[in-house]
Design a protein around this ligand. Structure first.
Ligand code: FAD
Length: 279
């Protein structure tokens, strides 16, 4: 069982609890992006099982008729086993999702996986006429070129700052530089992307810049934030008419994810401490 302190960041252990979390988000005008928490699988058994769980999740989301979609990590569906296993499993998930009209996001992991991930998403974007989206990271020096490639691919793109500790040979290391590049890339996306822009950030400065760009270019956009992070802002933006999506992880492998959220910010650590000591 997930202890109450982890419930802030994780939508339960089962698909059922995840779907019911999205139902409650929908009541506040926020849509849900469900991610089954998983791990790096170096053989295909675990990867195939998680891919099957995603197929089943897609059917649950469709049956519940909620405003929801899914987001999948390449390592969870076999990219460490082989590019072919990853591709087979992603194809399977996307096929089931397209049948049910459920959108599939593909998360981006470290830079060694970028090419394989983008190749798969570009193919599937064309095959499904845009039912697949991908995350790109502002900290990677290659991202301007990747966005140029993605501009002609049907589907949405989520811009994030980047969560992986990458070498300086491939990534900007200073936060100020990443922030500056994030703004430049956001402007490029608003100017060039027809299918809309997904702003994956909690940063108030980036969110208000996105709003300015939307007013300037008229390009549709959505804001994506994590469950448990700035949830008041999520609801407020939704009430103002912004298309807000909450990324909500779930599943029995919740501990590592919860621990990461608690470590990354003082406020989260204080929240956990308060829950433990009951103040
Ligand atoms: P930061 O630069 O960390 O912070 C800027 C400001 O935002 C802070 O000063 C504060 O005002 C506000 N803020 C940030 N965090 C909090 C908080 N916990 N509580 C209160 N205020 C806060 N990374 C990947 O590499 N690959 C992915 O596929 C990926 N997918 C993501 C999907 C979503 C929906 C989101 C939201 C993030 C994803 N990330 C992913 C993580 C991303 O790369 C960043 O590491 C993460 O979002 C932190 O950057 P930030 O832009 O939110 O703000």
């Amino acid at each position: 069982m997930i202890p109450p302190i982890a419930n802030k960041f994780v939508a339960g252990e089962t698909a059922e609890s995840a779907v019911s979390h999205v139902e409650s988000l929908n009541r506040d005008g926020v849509s849900g992006i469900l991610n089954l928490l998983g791990e790096h699988y170096s053989d295909r058994r675990g990867a195939d099982a998680d891919a099957e769980a995603y197929v089943s999740l897609v059917r649950d989301v469709a049956a519940a008729d909620i405003d929801g979609c899914i987001s999948v990590k390449p390592s969870q569906i076999g990219i460490d086993a082989s590019d072919g296993v990853f591709r087979e499993n992603l194809d399977r998930i996307v096929e089931a999702a397209s049948e049910e009209d459920i959108f599939v996001w593909v998360d981006m992991e470290d830079h060694t996986t970028t090419d394989v991930t983008l190749d798969a998403v570009c193919d599937l974007g064309h095959e499904t006429d845009g039912n697949v989206g991908v995350c790109v990271q502002a900290n990677l020096k290659r991202t301007p070129d990747d966005l140029e490639r993605l501009a002609s691919v049907p589907g949405k793109v989520r811009l994030v700052k980047g969560a992986y500790n990458e070498p300086a040979s491939v990534a900007h290391k200073k936060k100020a530089t990443v922030d500056e590049v994030y703004r430049e890339l956001l402007e490029y996306m608003f100017a060039e992307f027809d299918d809309g822009v997904a702003v994956g950030s909690h940063d108030p400065a980036m969110l208000s810049y996105a709003r300015e760009l939307h007013d300037q270019y008229g390009t549709p956009y959505e804001v994506q934030m994590l469950m448990g992070v700035r949830e008041d802002a999520q609801r407020e933006l939704a009430a103002e008419g912004v298309d807000v999506w909450q990324y909500a992880p779930y599943g029995d492998k919740w501990f590592q994810y919860f621990y990461r959220r608690v470590r990354e910010r003082k406020e989260n650590a204080l929240f956990a401490l308060r829950a433990v000591v009951g103040v």
